[in-house]
Design a protein around this ligand. Structure first.
Ligand SMILES: *[C@@H]1O[C@H](CO)[C@@H](O)[C@H](O)[C@H]1NC(C)=O
Ligand SMILES: *[C@@H]1O[C@H](CO)[C@@H](O)[C@H](O)[C@H]1NC(C)=O
Ligand SMILES: *[C@@H]1O[C@H](CO)[C@@H](O)[C@H](O)[C@H]1NC(C)=O
Ligand SMILES: *[C@@H]1O[C@H](CO)[C@@H](O)[C@H](O)[C@H]1NC(C)=O
Ligand SMILES: *[C@@H]1O[C@H](CO)[C@@H](O)[C@H](O)[C@H]1NC(C)=O
Length: 469
């Protein structure tokens, strides 16, 4: 009898917490509730929804949110062809992935659940028109960043053929930048700042560490279209970057400049970091995620080992900060940059969340091996723990606390299908740094950043796909 009463009590307690929709998102005691909160949905909608009143293709896309000055709290927009255009649409599709595949994790008031996918898709498709139109671009290597966050998800979630064709087109456009002498895809056509002016494409061939994260597109299309050329280009590029942009300790150079006539490296330097020989934190984060992604396609142990070493370098540099300033796992913008106030170094939260995404991929890859130490992968690092700590500290330090929400009881918004009570700060996270290089022509730091938010949402979605939340 006593046992039965106890059992009933448990059932009632569980039922009542479920009806309150308190899905507690804890992983290994780290509180990830903010990644799945109503605020996340409402903030993306507060930026995305007003564009429904503008005619597509949209001409400008949000990039960064100043924390001070006359435009504090409001997204600054860049021309549509800037490389970050895919991330706000990608954030809409990250919410759609939750709504379609993990509806338990979509935090919206009950009356908006039945129409969320239909109306959310309308917003996502509106933001995708310009992306579809630019999918054949050969003037940039950023085609993965541009088309994958929104268009690949649109294809995966809805089977939209137009999106699929754009992704295929984008992969071939990226492959057109391949050079068989250099064994790499050209990243930038030119590099111009106040210190150097590299514009002659016949004598310069610029390859940046960021390029590692555009290879996933080539593998995906290569396999789905049975085109071995795309796959070989991606793998060869990865091995070239491994030797040209990484140092012996697996830290990274931002830029390697090759002579396209000989394939020799002429110079290694930085564009967005502190110094040519420093390690720009976001570049290191791209290397972790990029090499981890290439491993998942190739199963080449050298590429996983490279990702692991890049990640361990990243973590070593974070651990050095332990006890020196608060939130040591929210990375400084460049691991080697001096700080006027050593207790308050300038951060880049985007680097942290990108690295955390890469570490989740490494963690999953390692689950397939029964022994690490004697195998190809000599590591005892717990990459899941590390990733969770980065995101936990990031939320604690950088989550903007002026939360957006749905207007209670209201069924229709002023600016679109969802009634949102806007936050005074458009981005989810603060304290990103896009480019603090002293010679940069546009230098800006300590702001919200569209891809910091996108990779935070994607981190949450990876945890959902892994079944961890
Ligand atoms: C959900 O439940 C947990 C555990 O009872 C509690 O700590 C947390 O504050 C609750 N969160 C919300 C959003 O109600
Ligand atoms: C495979 O992709 C390459 C690179 O874009 C292209 O040149 C080639 O025509 C494609 N092959 C086929 C069979 O479509
Ligand atoms: C860079 O070099 C090109 C070609 O020599 C020249 O047209 C351009 O004005 C230069 N730009 C800067 C900022 O020096
Ligand atoms: C970079 O080079 C400068 C000048 O040679 C040196 O003082 C500095 O310690 C180096 N930094 C790193 C991170 O190696
Ligand atoms: C693994 O790493 C440790 C520490 O870096 C090193 O001492 C050891 O020799 C390595 N083992 C193998 C098999 O590479």
């Amino acid at each position: 009898m006593a046992v039965k009463r106890c059992f009933l009590w448990t059932v009632v307690a569980m039922a009542s917490s479920a009806s309150a929709r308190n899905n507690s998102y804890f992983v290994r005691d780290r509180d990830l509730n903010p990644v799945f909160s109503e605020n996340i949905v409402a903030k993306i909608l507060q930026v995305a929804q007003p564009a429904l009143s503008l005619e597509a293709p949209l001409r400008t896309y949000p990039e960064s949110v100043p924390q001070t000055g006359p435009n504090a709290g409001k997204y600054e927009y860049r021309e549509a062809n800037f490389w970050t255009c895919g991330f706000l649409p990608g954030s809409i599709y990250a919410l759609l992935e939750r709504a379609i595949k993990f509806p338990r994790s979509l935090s919206v008031p009950d009356q908006h659940r039945p129409h969320f996918v239909k109306d959310g898709l309308e917003i996502g498709r509106h933001w995708s028109v310009a992306i579809n139109q630019m999918s054949g671009r050969t003037d940039t290597h950023d085609m993965g960043f541009i088309v994958q966050p929104a268009l690949q998800k649109d294809w995966e979630l809805t089977g939209n053929e137009e999106s699929f064709q754009s992704i295929v087109r984008a992969a071939h456009a990226l492959a057109s930048r391949w050079n068989p002498t250099v064994n790499a895809i050209r990243s930038w056509n030119t590099a111009v700042n106040n210190r150097y002016n590299i514009t002659d494409m016949s004598t310069n061939f610029l390859v940046i560490i960021d390029s590692m994260c555009n290879l996933d597109l080539l593998y995906w299309v290569g396999h789905s279209q049975n085109n071995q050329t795309l796959i070989e280009i991606a793998t060869t590029h990865a091995h070239t970057v491994r030797t040209s942009n990484l140092r012996f300790d697996s830290s990274s150079y931002h830029v390697a400049n090759f002579d396209p006539r000989t394939g020799d490296v002429k110079a290694k330097f930085t564009s967005q970091g502190y110094r040519d020989n420093s390690t720009w934190t976001r570049g290191q984060a791209w290397s972790i995620m990029g090499f981890a992604q290439t491993y998942t396609w190739t199963k080449d142990p050298v590429l996983l080992e490279t990702a692991i070493k890049c990640a361990e370098y990243f973590l070593k540099r974070l651990e050095e900060r332990e006890g020196k300033h608060h939130h040591p796992f929210v990375p400084a913008w460049d691991f080697d940059a001096p700080s006027a106030d050593p207790a308050e170094p300038l951060r880049d939260v985007s680097a942290g969340v990108i690295a955390a995404n890469g570490m989740l991929i490494i963690h999953q890859a390692l689950q397939g091996f029964s022994r690490r130490i004697d195998g190809a992968f000599n590591t005892t690092t717990d990459f899941l723990d590390a990733a969770l700590r980065i995101v936990d500290e990031t939320l604690d330090m950088a989550l903007d606390r002026d939360f957006a929400s749905f207007v209670p009881g209201s069924s229709q918004g002023d600016e679109g299908p969802f009634p949102v009570r806007a936050s005074g700060f458009d981005a989810i996270l603060r304290h990103a740094t896009a480019n603090n290089n002293e010679d940069a022509r546009k230098r800006y730091w300590d702001h919200g950043l569209v891809y910091a938010d996108y990779y935070l949402l994607e981190f949450g979605n990876k945890l959902l796909r892994m079944g961890l939340v």
